[in-house]
Design a protein around this ligand. Structure first.
Ligand code: AMP
Length: 215
């Protein structure tokens, strides 16, 4: 039996940050499709070359590209007991394709994170990531010790191209039109737990740990 947690919520809700804490606590790998794609872009692989223009515009990368990357990742040994998914699925086709990879023994929980739009926009525009290791910072709430430098690896912190204002609004629009309707698809199919993610990480994690995820 695999424990599969789908971190579900709009861009900026904190799926990456929350996912990292839960991954460490639960000993399950965090699989971020965005990170996988960014890594491919950095390395100039064929997946990266197909994905880059879509990502810059804040559009979804074609499903076949994303699925190839995902299927490859979840077949690795460290994902055999389960995993947390960040940023997948993002539309109905992806959800249906993913369902075909799930066994009847697998246990799937959708962790639905919610926060008002102004919180998301503030988080995205203040977010900086490490160019080398991908660590996530927030200029106000989670700043690095030394300005512009990653605490973990000493890499340079940058703003993601798609965290700039016009792309942020496009990403939120796509979430509302293509991703959010998936809640209807999951309703009755898998357990959906809705959690407010408007405050700080510690409170959100405490709230999640207080939930009966696997009963
Ligand atoms: P994220 O890091 O989750 O915000 O994703 C960054 C970008 O990667 C998105 O705006 C999309 O261009 C692409 N992306 C990530 N996950 C997916 C997905 N499941 N399907 C299509 N595109 C994706």
């Amino acid at each position: 039996m695999r424990k599969i947690i789908i971190l579900f919520g709009p861009p900026g809700i904190g799926k990456g940050t929350i996912g990292k804490s839960l991954s460490e606590k639960w000993g399950l790998p965090l699989i971020s499709i965005g990170d996988l794609l960014r890594d491919n872009v950095k390395k100039n692989t064929s997946i990266g070359m197909k994905a880059e223009t879509f990502m810059k515009r804040g559009e979804l990368v074609p499903d076949d590209v994303v699925l190839d990357a995902l299927v490859d990742r979840i077949s690795q040994e460290d994902a055999s007991k389960g995993f947390l998914l960040d940023g997948f699925p993002r539309n109905l086709n992806q959800a249906q394709m993913f369902e075909k990879t799930i066994d009847t023994n697998d246990s799937v929980v959708v962790l639905h994170l919610v926060a008002p739009d102004h919180v998301l926009i503030e988080r995205l525009s203040m977010r900086r990531i490490c160019k080398s290791c991908g660590a996530i910072y927030h200029l106000k709430n989670m700043p690095p010790k030394k300005e512009g430098i990653c605490d973990i690896c000493g890499g340079v912190l940058v703003q993601r191209e798609d965290d700039k204002p016009d792309v942020i609004s496009r990403r939120l629009e796509i979430f509302r039109s293509e991703t959010e309707p998936l809640l209807e698809y999951y309703d009755g199919r898998h357990k959906i737990l809705t959690i407010s993610a408007a405050d700080n990480r510690e409170n959100i994690i405490e709230r999640i740990e207080g939930l009966a995820l696997w009963v």
